[in-house]
Write a protein that binds this ligand. Structure first.
Ligand SMILES: CC(C)(COP(=O)(O)OP(=O)(O)OC[C@H]1O[C@@H](n2cnc3c(N)ncnc32)[C@H](O)[C@@H]1OP(=O)(O)O)[C@@H](O)C(=O)NCCC(=O)NCCS
Length: 389
C-alpha cells in the first residue's frame, strides 16, 4: 500500500509520514484494488466523519482519503471501480454523503461530488493594519507550551467544529501532526490560547520566522485559528497582529468571509492571495441529507435530483419556518431540476443557487422557485472546513 501510494503521488515519505500511514493502513479502514493475479494497483482509506451542516446540525458521512492508483495501472478504470465499491459500502452503512479533499479539481465531479466549501488564503502587511475594536474581550490570550497545547486543543476544536457548516470532526492523533513544526528553516511554532473564566474559547497555531529572500523583519504564518466565540477570534487576531518585529502575516486556508476584514480601517490590507475549492461533497442520500439541515424560511419546494447512476428522485421539501423540514418522495411536477453535484454545491450554503442557475446546472420549472430555494438555503456564515492536517 505504501509503495502504491508513493508511486501514485511521486514521493518518498519521510519517517514520520511513513509511520502515520502505516498505522492508518494497518488499522484496516483501507480498501484496495487488486488485479486477478494479486497485484495491488489502487487504494483508498475510509473514515466515519461527522459533517456540520446548516443549523448547525451533524450529518454522518463517509470520508475518503489517501486515494491512489499505481502509475502502471492508471486510466484503466481502477478509480472508478474503487469509487463504486466505496459508495456501495457507504450507502450500506447508512451514510448520507461522502466528503474528500481533491488533489485535482477535474477528478470527482463525474462521481457526483462538488466543492461544497471554498477556502481563501490571505496576507496582511502589518504596516497597513489599523483595527477597529472587536467584540469586548472578557478573557485573555496566553501562550501554551507544546504539552499543554496537545491536551487542550482537541476539546476546543471539537466545540468549534460543531458550530460552522462544513467542519468535520478530527481524530485526536491529528493534533500531534498539527503541533509539529512545518515552517521554513529558522521558524518557530507557537500556540496562543484565549482563556475566559478558566475555559479555553479559542486558539491560534502559528509560525514566526524569517521573511523569504532575506527581506527585513519577520513574518507570521497562521496555520490554524479556531474559536467558539467572536470575542476569542478577535482577541487572537489582536495578538497575532501585534507580534513585535513582524512585517507580514500570511495565512493558510481560512473562511472566505473572514470577519477580520470588517475590523480593518483599510480592508484592502487583507489581501486575498487565492480562493480555492476545499471540501468536496457528494450527497449519497439527498432526502436524508436535506432533512438533516435547517432552513432559513418557510415554504414547499419540489426538487428533481438527477444523477449519473440512479434514476431521478423527486423530493418534496416542506420547511415549517422554524428551521425544520420534512422531505418525502413525490410524483408531483418539479419546481427545480438539478444534478446531484449541483445540490451538493448548494447544500452547505457555499454556492449560490443563482450562479448554478446561470450555469445551467439548476433549471427553474415554476416561477419563483429559485428565489424560494435561495431563501430556504440561506446561511449566516460561509461554510468552511478547517481541514485535515
Ligand atoms: C487520480 C487517480 C486516482 C485516477 O485513477 P485512475 O484509475 O487513473 O482513474 P480511472 O481510470 O478510474 O478514471 C475514471 C475517470 O476519471 C478520469 N480521470 C482520472 N484521473 C483524472 C484526472 N487527474 N483529471 C481528470 N480526469 C481524470 C478518467 O479520464 C476517467 O474518465 P471517464 O470515465 O470519463 O473516461 C490516479 O491517477 C492517481 O492516483 N493519481 C495520483 C494521486 C492522486 O491524485 N490521487 C487522488 C487524490 S484525491
Amino acid at each position: 500500500m505504501l509503495a502504491c501510494s508513493e508511486a501514485a503521488y511521486g514521493v518518498r515519505y519521510g519517517e514520520a509520514a511513513r509511520d502515520r500511514l502505516l498505522e492508518r493502513f494497518d488499522g484496516g479502514d483501507v480498501r484496495c484494488a487488486v488485479t486477478g493475479d494479486g497485484e495491488l494497483v489502487g487504494l483508498a482509506a475510509i473514515d466515519d466523519v461527522e459533517l456540520t451542516v446548516p443549523g448547525p446540525a451533524l450529518l454522518r458521512v463517509a470520508g475518503w482519503s489517501e486515494v491512489a492508483v499505481a502509475p502502471t495501472a492508471r486510466r484503466r478504470g481502477v478509480l472508478r471501480a474503487l469509487v463504486g465499491a466505496l459508495r456501495a459500502e457507504a450507502v450500506a452503512d447508512g451514510r448520507a454523503g461522502a466528503v474528500l479533499f481533491a488533489s485535482e479539481a477535474g477528478i470527482y465531479g463525474r462521481f457526483g461530488f462538488a466543492p461544497a466549501c471554498s477556502a481563501a488564503r490571505y496576507q496582511l502587511d502589518l504596516a497597513r493594519v489599523r483595527l477597529r475594536p472587536g467584540p469586548a474581550p472578557a478573557g485573555r490570550v496566553h501562550l501554551l507550551r507544546p504539552n499543554e497545547a496537545a491536551s487542550a486543543l482537541p476539546a476546543v476544536f471539537d466545540a468549534a467544529r460543531r458550530l460552522r457548516p462544513g467542519e468535520v470532526d478530527r481524530a485526536a492523533g491529528a493534533f500531534a501532526t498539527l503541533l509539529e513544526p512545518t515552517g521554513p528553516a529558522g521558524a518557530a511554532r507557537f500556540v496562543a490560547a484565549y482563556e475566559r473564566s478558566g475555559r479555553l474559547d479559542g486558539y491560534a497555531v502559528y509560525d514566526v520566522g524569517p521573511r523569504p529572500g532575506g527581506r527585513p523583519g519577520r513574518q507570521v504564518e497562521l496555520v490554524e485559528l479556531v474559536a467558539v466565540a467572536a470575542s476569542a477570534e478577535a482577541a487572537l487576531w489582536d495578538h497575532l497582529l501585534a507580534t513585535d518585529l513582524v512585517r507580514l502575516l500570511v495565512t493558510g486556508e481560512r473562511p472566505v468571509d473572514e470577519a477580520l476584514r470588517h475590523r480593518l480601517e483599510d480592508p484592502r490590507a487583507l489581501e486575498t492571495v487565492a480562493v480555492e475549492d476545499h471540501l468536496w461533497l457528494c450527497l449519497l442520500d439527498p432526502a436524508v441529507a436535506l432533512a438533516a439541515r435547517r432552513y432559513g424560511a418557510p415554504g414547499r419546494l419540489i426538487l428533481e435530483v438527477r444523477t449519473e447512476s440512479d434514476p431521478p428522485s423527486r423530493l418534496l421539501l416542506a420547511s415549517d419556518g422554524a428551521g425544520s423540514a420534512t422531505v418525502a418522495p413525490t410524483t408531483a411536477p418539479a419546481d427545480l431540476v438539478l444534478d446531484g453535484a449541483a445540490l451538493a454545491a448548494a447544500y452547505l450554503g457555499g454556492t449560490s443557487l443563482g450562479s448554478l442557475c446561470r450555469a445551467g446546472r439548476v433549471q427553474e420549472q415554476r416561477p419563483g422557485a429559485r428565489s424560494l430555494a435561495t431563501a430556504l438555503l440561506a446561511t449566516e456564515d460561509a461554510p468552511f472546513c478547517t481541514g485535515d492536517v
